[in-house]
Design a protein around this ligand. Structure first.
Ligand SMILES: *[C@@H]1O[C@H](CO)[C@@H](O)[C@H](O)[C@H]1NC(C)=O
Ligand SMILES: *[C@@H]1O[C@H](CO)[C@@H](O)[C@H](O)[C@H]1NC(C)=O
Ligand SMILES: *[C@@H]1O[C@H](CO)[C@@H](O)[C@H](O)[C@H]1NC(C)=O
Ligand SMILES: *[C@@H]1O[C@H](CO)[C@@H](O)[C@H](O)[C@H]1NC(C)=O
Ligand SMILES: *[C@@H]1O[C@H](CO)[C@@H](O)[C@H](O)[C@H]1NC(C)=O
Ligand SMILES: *[C@@H]1O[C@H](CO)[C@@H](O)[C@H](O)[C@H]1NC(C)=O
Ligand SMILES: *[C@@H]1O[C@H](CO)[C@@H](O)[C@H](O)[C@H]1NC(C)=O
Ligand SMILES: *[C@@H]1O[C@H](CO)[C@@H](O)[C@H](O)[C@H]1NC(C)=O
Ligand SMILES: *[C@@H]1O[C@H](CO)[C@@H](O)[C@H](O)[C@H]1NC(C)=O
Ligand SMILES: *[C@@H]1O[C@H](CO)[C@@H](O)[C@H](O)[C@H]1NC(C)=O
Ligand SMILES: *[C@@H]1O[C@H](CO)[C@@H](O)[C@H](O)[C@H]1NC(C)=O
Ligand SMILES: *[C@@H]1O[C@H](CO)[C@@H](O)[C@H](O)[C@H]1NC(C)=O
Length: 756
């Protein structure tokens, strides 16, 4: 202990003298080892790793204390460990027996009550009933932790914890204290050793607890599986019952996101998934990912391969970096990658002028005051922040007629005015940006704008006053769902041959539980607290799909993660509530599968998909082989020292198709073939017939176009062929659908052709 203190003091002294030099020298690494060459003298892998490390770290150096260098030893998700090493030690380790490869400890990015009803869930029938609200299912959430006191974690009426649960820990406030856990919140663990090693400069501020110091994890975990809470609202918005999708499933929280900036590193996330598998989770929800890494360096991809082998359904967020192509993360073939769409509600606010006249418009949901009159001023185009700061104690009215709304939002937010009123006939694209603004905002149309301007101009600036009120929620908004602007788009950078994202879930303005000591709104000296909060992002759509995964697993205990994903995809909705193809708010056109995935999730139909496209472990290995990964790279994912690459294939048995027509050197035609095998999970005998929506400039055919099943669980194969120009000229992408129907089921797969 004493030497540790001396060590750290000495270290900070050095660090202050040679900051950049010292920091560059030592870093975290994740080391893959070949367990098959471990000498028999070692009783376990940990002692072998310790011994290996002691060989490469000089013993006479006071900076080295070998026994504490290992950050984690991983047991389930990989053979190896994470460790903080100098570059010299790292080089020396590479020559040790059993060393396979190492990857850097990369940072991950967090993708920051009405939704169950919107998804068609009903207590009396469908997925809720068939799964008993997911009561035997355990959902693990890897995030910023949890606020255990939230009403959404009350366990009244819940049956006893399933015996498959092996989790021992309920870690809060530096102790294992089971009084924070119950039959709903069944486990709580934190993982920060990798973070502390990498961000040693802020380690003093880190408390060893699973308590959520951000709010994100409380929100995502209660979205997936929070208990029903009546009267949940956000200052009057969305007033009603808040319920997680799988409201009787159990929740286990794994906290891996730390510090004021919400940082997470691979070594901790891998350790959390490792622990979740050992604890016995059935479903994992991960609303975080890397910006752009290969599959064998992607800690989520590596660790979730083992989860997939164990039958754990993994839901991940696509990211919030849309609307450009190739912005998606978690494009990993063995997880479910979730895009984000809108709900059928909108937020409206009223502006009541001092003369008693009231106008109404779209509003941000962060309206907080309704009772007091506040001075209101007209500021034209609102293009000068200095001018806006001068009137920040007022409601500012801005006029927009030139597509400058987003810069006006920015200026008004930057000036921290009390509230903003925008005169504009904006489209929904800009609406979705509005909902992100941390200020009370109302957008009114030109007609109302004239009324407001007339009022202000007929008074002197100082005597014009208005009230803003925000307590109006409109349901049944049309058209919804739409794919939202921010949702990241495919193709996947790490594996473009598998069409991603897979599916869309509700992500925009989702109400869920929130820590009561973290403000839902703070600007100026205002700090507003609430038990529920609205958040927007693929971070929010991901736990919806995790919740549906829990319901499907509860109803179909024998389905693999790939079968669950397939059921969700092939039964999803592509039509909105106006019976037209769902739109993309970024383009105002039909949302393509590179944005929407197969469609918007429909839990009740996913319960009975008719056919599923299953994928086995070797199928994924065949894909990794065809990506031309080395044996070392493949073993980093699969954990076996040798992978059978005798049948490499990019043609994974997936319920979607992406065909690249991007050859540079020819103008002739080419045909691409896709082989698929479907399993009949419906009842017994049935015949499915194929239909294909045409794609202009391409010839699509399916052989056979009729599948005759004699019994349940029978598998039949078919081939889809796409003929087209070797190099697609005009549009970057086009899409269509292949649909199998048997009179009862509709099994639909998206097809994308692209020259990307
Ligand atoms: C943590 O608490 C639980 C519940 O009391 C107990 O079963 C478990 O053994 C404890 N674990 C540790 C490591 O103390
Ligand atoms: C466990 O938590 C409860 C509830 O906060 C508290 O009353 C109790 O003192 C804690 N026990 C320990 C050992 O920290
Ligand atoms: C801590 O160090 C990291 C990189 O090592 C740096 O990005 C971060 O800004 C530092 N934080 C503080 C509070 O100094
Ligand atoms: C948290 O645990 C680590 C060891 O894992 C320890 O070094 C650190 O001091 C602990 N932090 C607090 C605030 O107790
Ligand atoms: C919420 O709804 C309940 C019942 O529908 C009603 O009694 C309550 O006043 C509402 N609260 C708000 C803030 O609108
Ligand atoms: C991501 O990686 C791929 C492949 O390495 C590369 O082609 C692409 O440009 C990268 N994208 C970004 C946004 O960095
Ligand atoms: C908002 O304005 C509309 C129409 O002007 C009015 O019917 C409604 O009562 C107002 N709502 C509030 C909360 O002021
Ligand atoms: C913004 O307003 C300030 C104060 O009125 C003025 O000095 C400045 O030149 C203006 N800036 C621009 C870019 O117009
Ligand atoms: C609108 O934009 C055009 C061209 O960018 C510009 O000439 C015009 O002055 C703008 N209108 C206003 C009211 O700023
Ligand atoms: C908004 O108004 C402008 C001119 O007032 C008009 O040209 C434009 O088409 C309108 N946009 C929408 C979406 O109605
Ligand atoms: C109100 O204030 C704005 C901005 O300071 C100014 O441009 C405008 O002339 C004022 N109007 C009246 C009627 O005083
Ligand atoms: C893998 O390598 C083979 C042979 O060089 C090549 O034909 C193929 O296109 C490569 N596959 C990928 C996915 O890069």
């Amino acid at each position: 202990m004493a030497s540790n203190i001396r060590l750290s003091l000495w270290f900070s002294y050095i660090a202050s003298l040679h900051l950049s030099f010292t920091l560059a020298r030592s870093d975290n690494y994740i080391i893959h080892m070949d367990l098959s060459v471990m000498p028999k003298v070692f009783s376990n892998q940990h002692s072998w790793y310790e011994s290996t490390l002691s060989q490469v770290t000089p013993t006479n150096n006071i900076l080295k204390s070998t026994s504490s260098k290992i950050i984690y030893t991983y047991n389930n998700v990989m053979n190896g460990f994470s460790v903080n090493l100098s570059p010299e030690e790292h080089e020396a380790l590479k020559t040790s027996p059993g060393y396979i490869s190492s990857i850097p400890d990369l940072p991950l990015k967090l993708d920051t009550t009405h939704s169950p009803q919107f998804l068609g869930l009903n207590p009396d029938k469908g997925a809720w009933k068939a799964s008993k609200f997911g009561q035997d299912i355990i959902v693990g959430v890897i995030d910023t932790g949890v606020w255990p006191e939230s009403e959404s974690f009350k366990d009244h009426g819940m049956t006893k914890i399933p015996s498959k649960w092996k989790g021992q820990l309920c870690q809060f406030e530096n102790t294992n204290n089971s009084s924070f856990c119950n039959k709903k919140l069944i486990g709580a663990r934190f993982f920060n050793r990798g973070f502390l090693a990498k961000f040693s400069n802020i380690s003093a501020t880190i408390v060893n607890t699973t308590r959520d110091e951000d709010g994100h994890g409380t929100h995502t975990s209660t979205t997936a599986a929070g208990s029903r809470v009546d009267g949940a609202s956000f200052f009057g918005y969305a007033n009603g019952t808040a319920s997680g999708i799988a409201s009787l499933s159990r929740v286990a929280i794994y906290k891996t996101v730390w510090g004021p900036k919400g940082d997470a590193v691979s070594s901790d996330v891998i350790a959390a998934i490792d622990a979740a598998i050992a604890d016995g989770v059935d479903v994992l929800s991960l609303s975080l990912g890397y910006s752009n890494v290969s599959l064998y360096e992607d800690g989520v991809a590596i660790a979730t391969f083992a989860a997939m082998e164990k039958g754990v359904f993994v839901s991940t967020s696509a990211g919030n970096d849309g609307p450009s192509y190739k912005t998606l993360h978690n494009g990993t073939p063995w997880v479910t990658t979730v895009a984000a769409g809108t709900l059928d509600r909108e937020f409206r606010g009223n502006l009541s002028l001092g003369n008693g006249v009231s106008v109404t418009g779209f509003a941000s949901y962060l309206g907080i005051f309704s009772d007091s009159n506040i001075p209101i001023v007209f500021m034209g185009m609102c293009d000068n922040i200095t001018e806006l700061i001068k009137v920040k104690s007022k409601i500012v009215v801005c006029e927009n007629n030139n597509g400058t709304l987003s810069s006006q939002f920015y200026n008004v937010a930057e000036a921290r005015v009390v509230g903003g009123v925008f005169i504009s006939n904006i489209s929904e694209i800009e609406m979705s940006q509005l909902l992100w603004q941390p200020l009370p905002l109302i957008i009114i149309n030109q007609k109302y704008g004239e009324i407001v301007k007339d009022y202000i101009q007929s008074n002197s600036n100082s005597s014009s006053v208005a009230k803003m009120s925000f307590k109006i929620t409109s349901f049944g908004v049309k058209p919804t769902p739409s794919l939202d602007y921010y949702s990241s788009r495919g193709p996947s950078n790490s594996c473009p041959y598998v069409l991603k994202p897979d599916i869309t879930g509700p992500g925009t303005s989702i109400l869920a539980a929130w820590p009561t000591n973290i403000p839902v709104l703070s600007f100026g000296s205002y700090k507003i607290f609430n038990k529920f909060n609205f958040l927007t992002g693929t971070s929010m759509s991901c736990p919806h799909v995790a919740g549906v995964g829990a319901l499907l697993k509860g109803a179909h205990g024998d389905w693999s993660p790939a079968a669950i994903r397939s059921a969700m995809m092939t039964t999803s909705d592509i039509l909105d509530n106006t019976k037209k193809h769902s739109k993309d708010l970024a383009t105002d056109k039909e949302a393509t599968p590179l944005a929407l995935g197969a469609g918007h999730i429909n839990p009740n139909r996913a319960l009975d998909p008719g056919l599923v496209y299953d994928v086995g472990v070797q199928d994924y290995v065949n894909l990794l082989c065809a990506l031309n990964f080395t044996q070392k790279n493949i073993s980093a994912i699969t954990r076996s020292s040798f992978s059978d690459c005798s049948k490499p294939s990019l043609d994974l048995n997936y319920p979607s198709f992406i065909a690249f027509f991007n050859a540079r050197n020819s103008s002739s035609k080419m045909t691409q073939h896709f082989h698929r095998t479907v399993t009949n999970v419906g009842e017994g005998r049935t015949t499915y017939v194929a239909s294909i929506t045409p794609i202009k400039g391409f010839r699509l055919s399916v052989i056979p176009n009729k599948l005759v099943f004699k019994k349940k669980n029978q598998k039949i194969s078919y081939r889809l062929s796409i003929e087209g120009p070797t190099m697609r000229q005009k549009n970057i992408e086009s899409f269509g659908y292949l649909t199998w129907k048997d009179g009862k089921h509709v099994v639909r797969s998206p097809i994308v052709v692209t020259n990307m």
